[in-house]
Structures are given as structure tokens and as C-alpha cells.
Design a protein around this ligand. Structure first.
Ligand SMILES: *Cc1c(COP(=O)(O)O)cnc(C)c1O
Length: 424
């Protein structure tokens, strides 16, 4: 479900025609729809069918201030993986009491920042981190609420690089260590151990791996309780996938969420814990597009290259994860127009800067606008200035209104960070 549709032959973001945005702001530009963000958040929340779900939106999917503020208004908390993300969530008006801090490599300074900010929960991923956090919190006269992230030895996800729950992955404490560490945590001066967390991967479209992981966590909770430990929280992570291709068999609708909600309720039935969720991609993915312009159409004997002004530094998912994004022309193709096969490429000096090969698109010419669909998650947040390209602008649309929530970087900003060594 999204709010990017053709009206009178022109692609709109809600009620805003995209050519107007391109003229005002230039390209490439990320465009986010408030209506889609709100819809995804509320559909997810309602499909859980729980009285008081704690939803911590995963900021790394899309940390745009406008996006975070929109979700904060709906009551969302934040799942963060760095001090920068905690700061960003706070700046967006998400209270510390709704922020959790995940990640396998938190530094002492980051843990100190989190403790001092008074965040809701640290999702601890190793024994070393537990020791360090206890020391950091105790030194400040505090006991930090913690859940222990368990690696359930069940991995899942749309690509090897986004699978996190397998035994070979770097995340979480091992299944067999969980009980020992929980018992240790219960006696640490700076730790208030509350429960367990799990997150097994991203872009998960089948629920069986998630269910297997959740059942394992339930088993550990029952064992811990039998040993006399208190367990009040269970954080079930994120990872639900979204349709990157609209046609069957890839398409899926709210049924996946209904099934997920029912599965979660069944697995946690009678467990009497407060449940937490960390959706990222699910909320932001289909709420964003990347708008770009065609620079050149380069014809070869056997190939046709569409060279556009966006590149892998702006949207790295195709190069990094072999990801598929639908590409839609901004001008609606005339019915019956024969499509042509294009390799869609960016200006960067490496062959990896290829968004897709042999994609059938309506005939395109220099100056034409196109969009990458489903670019709202892991799009702008993963961008870089590779090739000394400017970070692109980001826009939040609401009805017929739009706001530039992140202006395009300037060359002064890009080059102004450089410092010459004093010996040259
Ligand atoms: C990345 C991440 C998420 C969000 O994953 P999505 O696939 O975007 O839902 C949630 N929790 C943790 C710990 C993560 O690392």
C-alpha cells in the first residue's frame, strides 16, 4: 500500500505532482509520503491485536527527521543502533522512555550517553557489553533496564547480508549461554535485567523462521522463571518483509501482518510479558521513492544504457544486496507503447553502479523523470558522498503540502570538512 499514483498521466506523491518537485528541488531527491508512513504504522500496530504493544521503529531504516516526527506523533518509540540515532530520535521528539539501543558494538561512550539519557532499554548482545554497561551505569548511580539479545540459531532474511539470527552471525549471545548470562546479569550492580530480545534478519516474508525463533525464546523464559528469575519483557525485533515487486508471487498485502499478529499472539499466549517490536523496512520501505532524471540514452549494438543522475551512492541496495526496485516513469506510458530493454546505470566510475539490467521500460529520452519505488527504507540512510557527490535532498509530502526535511548538501559543506596537513 502506498500513495504514489498517476493522475492525469503524471505520477504524484499524494497530491503533489513529481515534475513540480523536480523543478523546485532538482534531482535526485528522496520523497516520502506521510499518509503511507501513518498507514503502515497503524496497520502494523492494529494487526498485533495487543493491548499495549511497544513499537520501537528501527531508525536505521529511515532516520529522516520528518519521518521520525510523523511516527513520534503516532506514539512510536525508536530502536536505535548508535549514539547518533539516539540523538536523532530525541531530536524528533521521541522520549527517552520509548528508546531502545541495539547493536553488537556499542562503545563505552555510547553506553554512557544512553544511560545518562535514561533510555527505556539496552538490548545487550554479549557478556563483555553486559560487564561494561554495568560498570558505566553503576558509576553513575543507576541501574539500566536491559534485555539480553539471544541468537536463536534460526536465521532468515531476503539476502545473506541481512540475515542476523544464524549461529554463524555476529549478533546476540548464544542460545546455550543465555541462562548463565541472565543469572549473572541479575546480580550486577548497574543492570536491571528485564527479559530477552531477538531479531533474526530482514526482508522476511515467511513466518515459520520467526515463529521457530519466538518459540525458542519462550522456552528460555520458562526455564528462567523456573530458576526463580523475573522476566517481564520480550522484544521480538523487526524483519518483516515488504513487496518490492508488485506482481505475484512477490506481492503480499496486509494478510502477512494479520498472520504475523496471530502467530505472535499464539506463541506468547499466557506468557505475561510486555511485548516489544522493532519494525523498520515495513514502516518506511513503501513510503519512499527516489526521483531521478535521465541524462543520456547510450545505444550499443546489443545494449541500451539509460544513464541517470542518481547513482549507487544515493541508493546502494541494488549494488549491495542485488535488490530489485520497480522503476516507473513519471509520465504515464501511453497504452500500447512497445517497451524497450534498458540497463539503468548511474554516473559512478564502477560497473557496480548498475541499478538493473535488461529492464523493460517505456521508451525514455534525456530529460525524462523516473522513480525507484520502495526506496523509503535503507535508501537515504545508506547513502554516501562516494565520487564527491552531494547527499541528495529529502522531502516529506502531506496531501498537497511538502517540506524539504533535508536540503541537498552543498559543495561548501562537502569540501568544508577537509583540512590540509600542516606539512603541505
Ligand atoms: C535492522 C534492525 C531492525 C529493523 O529491521 P527491519 O528489517 O528493517 O524491520 C530491528 N531490530 C534490530 C536489532 C535491527 O538491527
Amino acid at each position: 500500500m502506498h500513495h504514489f499514483d498517476y493522475r492525469d498521466g503524471i505520477l504524484h506523491a499524494e497530491d503533489v505532482p513529481l515534475p513540480a518537485l523536480a523543478d523546485r528541488l532538482g534531482t535526485p531527491t528522496y520523497i516520502y509520503s506521510s499518509a503511507t508512513l501513518e498507514r503502515h504504522y497503524t496497520v502494523f500496530r492494529d494487526s498485533l491485536g495487543l493491548k499495549d504493544p511497544h513499537i520501537f521503529y528501527a531508525v536505521k531504516a529511515n532516520g529522516n527527521l520528518g519521518v521520525l516526527m510523523t511516527l513520534a506523533r503516532l506514539g512510536a518509540g525508536a530502536d536505535t543502533v548508535s549514539e547518533g540515532e539516539i540523538r536523532k530520535a530525541l531530536a524528533a521528539g521521541i522520549p527517552a522512555s520509548r528508546i531502545v539501543f541495539s547493536g553488537v558494538g556499542k562503545t563505552e561512550a555510547e553506553l554512557a550517553f544512553a544511560v545518562e539519557a535514561g533510555i527505556y532499554q539496552v538490548n545487550v548482545e554479549s557478556e563483555g557489553e553486559l560487564d561494561l554497561l554495568s560498570k558505566v551505569a553503576a558509576a553513575r548511580g543507576k541501574r539500566q533496564p536491559v534485555v539480553l539479545r539471544v541468537n536463536p540459531e534460526v536465521g532468515a532474511g531476503g539476502h545473506a547480508k541481512i540475515t542476523t539470527g544464524g549461529a554463524a552471525n555476529k549478533f546476540g549471545v548464544s542460545f546455550s549461554e543465555a541462562e548463565r548470562l541472565y543469572a549473572r546479569a541479575a546480580n550486577m550492580p548497574g543492570i536491571s535485567i528485564q527479559g530477552l530480545a531477538v531479531h533474526i534478519g530482514s526482508q522476511i516474508l515467511k513466518l515459520d523462521a520467526l515463529e521457530a525463533a519466538f518459540r525458542k525464546l519462550r522456552g528460555i523464559i520458562e526455564t528462567l522463571r523456573a530458576q526463580g528469575h523475573g522476566v517481564t519483557r520480550l522484544d521480538l525485533g523487526g524483519g518483516l518483509g515488504i513487496p518490492y515487486q508488485m506482481q505475484a508471487p512477490y506481492a503480499h498485502g496486509p494478510e502477512l501482518l494479520q498472520d504475523y499478529g496471530a502467530m505472535v499472539r499464539a506463541v506468547t499466549e499466557g506468557l505475561d510479558v510486555e511485548l516489544g517490536f522493532e519494525p523498520g523496512r515495513l514502516i518506511a520501505g513503501n513510503a519512499g521513492i527516489l526521483l531521478a532524471r535521465v541524462l543520456y540514452v547510450n545505444e550499443r549494438a546489443d545494449k541500451r544504457f539509460l544513464v541517470i543522475d542518481a547513482a549507487m551512492n544515493d541508493l546502494v541496495r541494488p549494488a549491495m544486496y542485488d535488490a530489485y526496485h520497480e522503476i516507473w516513469p513519471v509520465k504515464e506510458p501511453e497504452p500500447g507503447l512497445a517497451p524497450a530493454a534498458y540497463d539503468v546505470v548511474g554516473p559512478i566510475c564502477e560497473s557496480g553502479d548498475t541499478f538493473t539490467t535488461n529492464r523493460l521500460l517505456p521508451p525514455m529520452a534525456p530529460g525524462d523523470l523516473l522513480v525507484f519505488k520502495t526506496a523509503g527504507a535503507y535508501g537515504a540512510t545508506m547513502s554516501s558522498t562516494y565520487n564527491q557527490r552531494l547527499l541528495v535532498s529529502e522531502v516529506l509530502v502531506r496531501g498537497a503540502d511538502f517540506a524539504v526535511t533535508r536540503p541537498r548538501q552543498t559543495y561548501e559543506q562537502l569540501l568544508g570538512q577537509d583540512r590540509a596537513p600542516n606539512w603541505l
